[in-house]
Write a protein that binds this ligand. Structure first.
Ligand code: APR
Length: 245
């Protein structure tokens, strides 16, 4: 591990343009369970609660589960050391941007400024009738699905449901960032979901070196990763940070 950490430090120091690509694993140490793997959310709940039609025609059934999984859980979550190290690297010019699949807002709360939310976010809702946005902080969350204050229509959380389009500017900007990266750091993602999991392959194809941080091997480890650091993001990133300082 020590050699791999040293190699990672060298890559980070020598990179002219570094992009981080994060998934649910980076927020596990903040108390938010991952979707897959041991005690993953999808082993306990049906992912189809995030099917748009099912929500539109049956929100009385899916909304209480969505509220529990994505709002009650996230409510008290705080950024962990992994989020904080990435924010410090951005401030010191060692990291240019983050592409995250997460909707928990923890990168922003840790102080990261350049964050592309590939699957949207949980800070606001969109009305499925009039299209107006409504902030979470202006919306009372009850056991029935929230309704639009302007037209009374059904509100949907502003993260993508299965089958929905990837939001802009994240969709096109992520492809650009992958093309610009000299170094691409993949943190805490199974790489199971497309099109998000195509982004690291684009970076590799464009010539980026790849560092992967994960508690277990996955789709990227033996295909595109140049350095694989096995372990918790919240412990590995501070270890790298120590050697950089
Ligand atoms: N540190 C680093 N990696 C971790 C940690 C940790 N502490 N804990 C778990 N992991 C790894 C797991 O090994 C797994 O590879 O994080 C990954 C989490 O994978 P998923 O739960 O599949 O999450 P993610 O890859 O972000 O899922 C992508 O799927 O359901 C959709 O929209 C949802 O954005 C999500 C997308």
């Amino acid at each position: 591990m020590e050699t791999s950490i040293k190699r990672a430090v060298e890559l980070i120091r020598n990179s002219g343009y570094t992009v981080a690509f994060t998934g649910a694993g980076i927020s596990v140490e903040s108390g938010i369970p991952p979707f897959r793997g041991d005690n993953g959310l999808w082993s306990e709940y049906d992912p189809m609660i995030l099917d748009l039609n099912r929500y539109y025609y049956g929100s009385e059934e899916s909304w209480p589960v969505i509220k529990r999984l994505f709002f009650d859980f996230f409510g008290n979550a705080k950024p962990n050391f992994a989020h904080m190290v990435l924010a410090e690297w951005e401030a010191s010019g060692l990291l240019q941007t983050i592409i995250t699949q997460n909707i928990d807002n923890l990168h922003q709360e840790a102080g990261s400024k350049s964050v592309y939310e590939y699957h949207g976010n949980s800070r606001q809702f969109i009305c499925l009738e009039c299209g107006k946005y409504q902030l979470l902080k202006d919306t009372k969350l009850l056991n029935t699905a929230p309704l639009c204050v302007s037209c009374g229509g059904l509100l949907k959380p502003d993260f993508i449901f299965f089958g929905e389009q990837i939001p802009e500017p994240a969709a096109s900007q992520s492809v650009k960032e992958a093309g610009k990266a000299d170094l691409f750091i993949i943190i805490g993602t199974s790489g199971e979901v497309i099109p998000a999991s195509n982004i690291p392959f684009l970076a590799k194809k464009a010539g980026a070196k790849i560092i992967e941080i994960n508690t277990e091997e996955g789709r990227f480890t033996h295909s595109i990763s140049d350095v694989f650091l096995q372990g918790k993001a919240g412990s590995i990133l501070p270890k790298i940070q120590e050697q950089i300082n």
